[in-house]
Design a protein around this ligand. Structure first.
Ligand code: AMP
Ligand code: MG
Length: 328
């Protein structure tokens, strides 16, 4: 069986093609970069619509298949930005109806987890999912993917990007902050906020911007921002690991590209005798292959949806998803 997965929740529009053996045949993406400021949902949706055809053609070419070879269409049903979700859903419905194949809506956050389980061979990890739009610590428990901890305000990727933008670094800021941090020598105290199992990054971001305006050394500031934010992420992941007594840690999402975060999380995992996994960069960020693979998992487990069930869910919570493809 071949599944075509459409991703569209935020900046990236993607189409992935995956077969039921878990082989990724194609994974094409285009990413909307706002001219200035943050993401504008309607503009992003228009960008996705304008590039959808080219991405589809590219994916089919790469997979060396005809569109008629597709047996199943999956798409990101949520969570995400309304106009962007609706664009991907519309494309998915049109394709499924035209090809006369089943359609399955996939939860974006869980898809990040599932592609990591597929390609890295992690069986039952505690996942730290860190991106521009999400920050969650997720693990499977009693039939559901539970959120063990999450941000109560902005996601970590957004924290890095907005900080960067405010100090004149172009989008996306995360990679540049990482580079600048390498030459940081002094730790400047910044607000470290963990509330129970939840995280907060907005105070940290505001204070880092303020310190920049006061003339703090840019390298020290980037270094301190990373150390503070990542320590909080690792703390919450560590507690989820200790509580669940799982033996694996999976890092995913766009921010998983960060070498320092990888290093810190890997050290923590080692102290708990847990295995540490990070998917390759092209499977950490947003893309369609993870959607396609999760579609296959759901379909093979007997899950079915009608077109009426495919309404997008902007605030679809990870723990609301019926995980029909996993028992333990
Ligand atoms: P995503 O939302 O999953 O597409 O990932 C995009 C986010 O990852 C943006 O917020 C980027 O700034 C962030 N990002 C990418 N590379 C790095 C890096 N090396 N360090 C920190 N953040 C990064
Ligand atoms: Mg994502």
């Amino acid at each position: 069986m071949i599944c075509l997965g459409i991703e569209g929740t935020a900046h990236t529009f993607g189409i992935g093609i995956v077969n039921s053996a878990g082989k990724v045949l194609a994974n094409s993406t285009r990413t909307y970069v706002p001219e200035k400021g943050g993401i504008h949902p309607r503009e992003a949706a228009q960008f996705h619509a304008a590039h959808a055809r080219a991405v589809l053609d590219e994916a089919l070419r790469t997979a060396k298949i005809e569109i008629e070879d597709i047996d199943l269409v999956a798409f990101s049903q949520g969570p995400g930005l309304g106009p962007v979700l609706r664009t991907a859903a519309t494309a998915a419905r049109a394709l499924a109806v035209w090809l006369d194949v089943p359609i399955i809506g996939v939860n974006h956050c869980i898809a990040h987890m599932e592609i990591g389980r597929l390609t890295e061979g992690a069986r039952d990890p505690v996942a730290l999912y860190v991106s521009g739009g999400n920050t969650q610590v997720i693990a499977f428990d009693a039939g559901h993917y539970r959120i063990f901890g999450e941000t109560i305000d902005i996601p970590i990727g957004n924290c890095l990007d907005v900080f960067a933008r405010e100090i004149g670094i172009p989008h996306p800021g995360g990679p540049t902050v990482e580079k600048l941090a390498k030459d940081g020598k002094n730790y400047l105290p910044l607000p470290y906020v963990v509330k129970g199992m939840d995280l907060s990054f907005s105070g940290l971001m505001t204070e880092a911007i303020r310190r920049h305006r006061e003339g703090a050394n840019i390298n020290d500031l980037c270094f301190s921002l990373q150390e503070t934010a990542f320590a909080a992420l690792v703390e919450v992941t560590e507690r989820a690991l200790a509580h669940t007594e799982k033996k694996e840690v999976l890092l995913t999402g766009g921010v998983a590209a960060n070498g320092r975060l990888r290093e810190m999380l890997k050290l923590m995992a080692r102290e708990h005798h847990a295995k540490f996994f990070v998917p390759p960069k092209e499977l950490c960020g947003d893309q369609g292959a993870m959607i396609a693979w999760n579609g296959i998992l759901a379909y093979k487990s007997g899950f079915r949806q009608s077109i009426e069930d495919t309404k997008v869910k902007q605030r679809w919570r990870t723990d609301e998803v019926e995980v029909t493809w996993r028992r333990s």
